[in-house]
Design a protein around this ligand. Structure first.
Ligand SMILES: [Fe+2]
Ligand SMILES: [Fe+2]
Length: 275
């Protein structure tokens, strides 16, 4: 008997999901889930896996490649072989608990923070956020601008391309102001708290109430390019740039989530303890 399995792609028919297999050159469909919702629940179960210090670091990255950014912002280099999360963190002088807190928070759907704050290192989390700022300002946004320039270089409609670049530059200025404020004012305040000082006239709720979501304007830029970009540019490069913008938008939204739901509550806790 010859058995062939035709891959993971499910065949969906009337809300039922089948997997296709071949036996002796005939095709058979096996009922896998009787409701699409059941399939979604399976995927949700997978997504809510909680990583532990004893898990292999390579598994964590292979299962969620977006976590590569987290790794690099904690200063962890690749090439860790089969070492587990705790061993890799120790080798790189990274607080393992804070690293796993960020990882588990980012891969789950909800913004519950009460499970996450225990044992977190505020200075480690702050360094992570600082590195993220540097990544966006010194690498990701300049690289998107460079690609955008190349992609639109040959377009005849100079006015539209000029407006797109002007919009992008205005957006980068906003992000820069936002992140510089966090680096210079908010983080300086937190460093004072960590040194046991009690700065007057400021608390983290002031920051939290004015904290804007800087990914929104990038969504607008993406829509302008998709809807109005004139023909004649380099389409392959333009698509690649759009992919970068999509990924930067998600990355910025995750960055905001960490600030709103991990960083701010952690600082509120620190403020309470300092009183
Ligand atoms: Fe930030
Ligand atoms: Fe922010």
């Amino acid at each position: 008997m010859k058995l062939d399995f035709f891959g993971y792609f499910p065949h969906i028919c009337k809300n039922e999901i089948y997997l296709k297999i071949g036996i002796d050159n005939s095709d058979f469909y096996i009922l896998f889930c009787n409701r699409i919702r059941t399939m979604n629940n399976v995927l949700n179960m997978y997504r809510t896996r909680i990583y532990k210090p004893t898990d292999k670091m390579s598994d964590l990255i292979c299962e969620n490649y977006a976590l590569l950014q987290v790794l690099s912002r904690f200063g962890i280099s690749l090439g860790f072989g089969d070492k587990n999360v705790r061993e890799v963190c120790e080798l790189n002088n990274v607080d393992c608990n804070t690293f796993l807190t960020v990882v588990n928070f980012l891969i789950e759907d909800s913004n519950r923070m009460e499970d996450h704050l225990e044992g977190i290192s505020v200075s480690s989390l702050m360094n992570y956020l600082r590195e993220a700022h540097s990544y966006f300002l010194d690498f990701q946004l300049p690289s998107i601008r460079k690609k955008l320039m190349e992609a639109i270089g040959d377009s005849k409609e100079k006015e539209v391309t000029f407006l797109i670049l002007r919009f992008f530059d205005a957006y980068v200025d906003e992000v820069k102001k936002h992140m510089e404020h966090e680096n210079e004012n908010v983080f300086t305040y937190v460093e004072q708290l960590l040194r046991g000082e009690h700065p007057q006239g400021y608390n983290i709720s002031v920051f939290a109430s004015h904290h804007e979501h800087i990914d929104t304007k990038l969504t607008e830029l993406k829509n302008i390019i998709i809807k109005y970009f004139p023909a004649g540019g380099n389409n392959r490069l333009l698509n690649a740039t759009l992919f970068d913008i999509f990924s930067c938008e998600e990355d910025l939204a995750s960055h905001n989530r960490v600030e709103d739901f991990l960083f701010v509550p952690a600082i509120k806790k620190l403020e309470k303890e300092a009183k």
